[in-house]
Design a protein around this ligand. Structure first.
Ligand code: VGL
Ligand code: ZN
Length: 216
């Protein structure tokens, strides 16, 4: 990050909904698994997830314009991954390395140089958290990030575990509630996941609550 940017104040606009949660110059944005297979039409499509894309692009753009880093995690499984049903796992085949389903959604606008962290690459182990078996912690540390803002898919799996790990690793952690969506295998899973994230120490906030004025 450039020094000039570090010295700048993070710009946000005052609104009536501000909640006291503040972003700072040590904030970074983590995009969780915004891959074709987790959008409608994909192998594990999360209902209505595509409706989040304008908001997600607005968050990405805002962070990038503030000179704050954006890192994308991706589910990146070998074809024989243990989480697949044919191997006795719970999920249909999804996010196979190099496949269409593993690609980022084409409507996402990611800044050039967005770092990508791959997880779930070991055929014998599932990894819901973006920190699990990856370099995410080191990357964030090297970028000077102490406040991790998390958005993406799915609320009740990879978002939840990534957020809980971020808290456990000592990051100040903010879940962007208007840019996440869950699978909801059982009704109430998303609400429970949010509760577990708060229990772990995460703050939940929308763009309006952060004082960011975005298209909704
Ligand atoms: C995920 C199920 C299986 C996720 C990944 O990204 O939330 N869910 N693999
Ligand atoms: Zn997976």
């Amino acid at each position: 990050m450039k020094l000039t940017k570090l010295q700048q104040t993070v710009q946000s606009e005052p609104t009536t909904q501000q909640s006291g949660v503040q972003l700072d110059q040590e904030s970074g944005l983590v995009l969780v698994d915004l891959q074709n297979d987790f959008f409608p039409g994909g192998a594990l499509g999360v209902k209505e997830a595509h409706q989040l894309i304008p908001k997600i692009n607005a968050y990405i753009r805002w962070f990038h314009e503030q000179g704050l880093p954006v890192i994308a995690t991706r589910d990146w499984h070998p074809a024989n991954h243990c989480s697949f049903r044919e191997q006795g796992g719970p999920w249909p085949v999804h996010c196979v390395q190099g496949s269409w389903g593993a690609q980022f959604h084409p409507d996402l606008v990611m800044p050039p140089g967005t770092m990508v962290v791959s997880k779930g690459t070991d055929p014998r182990a599932d990894a819901y958290s973006g920190f699990d078996g990856t370099s995410l912690q080191e990357r964030l540390h090297d970028l000077g990030v102490r406040t991790v803002c998390v958005l993406g898919l799915a609320t009740d799996y990879c978002v939840k575990q990534t957020v809980i790990d971020a808290c456990r690793l000592g990051f100040r952690t903010i879940v962007l509630t208007d840019a996440i969506q869950g699978v909801e295998v059982h009704p109430g899973d998303c609400e429970k996941a949010l509760e577990a994230m708060r229990q772990a120490g995460a703050t939940t906030a929308s763009a309006a609550e952060l004082g960011l004025s975005f298209p909704s």
